[in-house]
Design a protein around this ligand. Structure first.
Ligand code: DGL
Length: 288
């Protein structure tokens, strides 16, 4: 198809791949450009100003590559930069993440839900705002997970240290009776099997990737960038849910392309090309 929209997606590292996978399924023929800022991971332990500056520079670079829409596939960056970017680009479709507290509240029977997120997200306005809006009558246990995104970014999806960290954070929540657990960082769905092993079957683990993909599709329709859902259906698409057939995805990282490629291999996107993005001294980002 001639005019597939170009979607720029970014995260501090590999976490946004969980969102990119959902977008890939919702818009199989869309052209996705993914930037992982692995040189700066973890965002969750940086200042809001730093994260804002990175997010602005990344958006500028993705727009220079011809993107028609931007997805901030990172809760931490969304919290720091979404409103500023919307102000800067009032006509550009921009989608950001927010912790999926609403579906957790709808699900809970015990009246106790948990949220795992980065320190910046736990302390930030966006989480406070969704709790205020949707969880008035529910107890929300917010747990910052320092170091977890970094471990996942390094490819440790199920090693003993990652498991011990998660157990130490999740066990007290289980003792307090949670029956829903929100993954408030896009890195965490990559360790979902491990998290579910710890929570057991009585806790529903919730993350918003699919809702974000639907929201993006809706925005693209509103902006006339796609005609309707049927336009972007690929009849040959497999239902596997990975990023196989990465021809329609371009990957960039500010970290090591070979390590990024290894992670993509593990996630089912074999032989994907990954190019080097370079941070310049003036704070701008150069994508090849
Ligand atoms: N993936 C990111 C998020 O959703 C942040 C991880 C980090 O860099 O700290 O919050």
């Amino acid at each position: 198809m001639g005019n597939a929209p170009r979607i720029g997606i970014f995260d501090s590292g590999i976490g946004g791949l969980s969102v990119a996978t959902a977008i890939r399924q919702a818009l199989p023929m869309g052209r996705l450009l993914y930037f992982g800022d692995n040189a700066h991971v973890p965002y969750g332990e940086r200042t809001e100003n730093e994260i804002l500056a990175f997010s602005k520079a990344i958006t500028t670079a993705l727009l220079a590559k011809g993107c028609d829409a931007i997805v901030i596939a990172c809760n931490t960056a969304s919290s720091a930069a979404l409103s500023a970017l919307r102000e800067q680009y009032p006509t550009l479709p921009i989608v950001g993440m927010e912790p999926a507290v609403k579906p957790a509240v709808e699900h809970t029977r015990t009246g106790v839900v948990g949220v795992l997120a980065t320190r910046a997200t736990v302390d930030g306005r966006v989480l406070a705002d969704v709790v205020e809006r949707f969880a008035q009558d529910v107890k929300v246990i917010r747990q910052a997970c320092p170091g977890l995104a970094q471990r996942i970014d390094a490819g440790d999806f199920d090693g003993p240290t990652t498991e011990a960290m998660l157990r130490a954070w999740i066990s007290p929540m289980l003792e307090q009776g949670i029956d829903a657990l929100v993954l408030g960082c896009t890195h965490y769905p990559l360790v979902r099997p491990l998290i579910e092993r710890i929570t057991g079957p009585t806790v529903r683990v919730i993350e918003p990737s699919e809702a974000i993909a639907r929201r993006l599709k809706h925005l693209l329709e509103e902006h006339g960038l796609i005609q309707g859902s049927e336009d972007l259906k690929d009849p040959l698409q497999d239902q596997g849910g990975n990023m196989e057939d990465s021809g329609l995805m371009d990957f960039y990282t500010s970290g090591d392309p070979a390590s990024f490629r290894k992670i993509l291999d593990r996630l089912g996107s074999k032989n994907a090309a990954v190019e080097q993005g370079t941070w310049e001294l003036d704070g701008s980002l150069r994508l090849p």
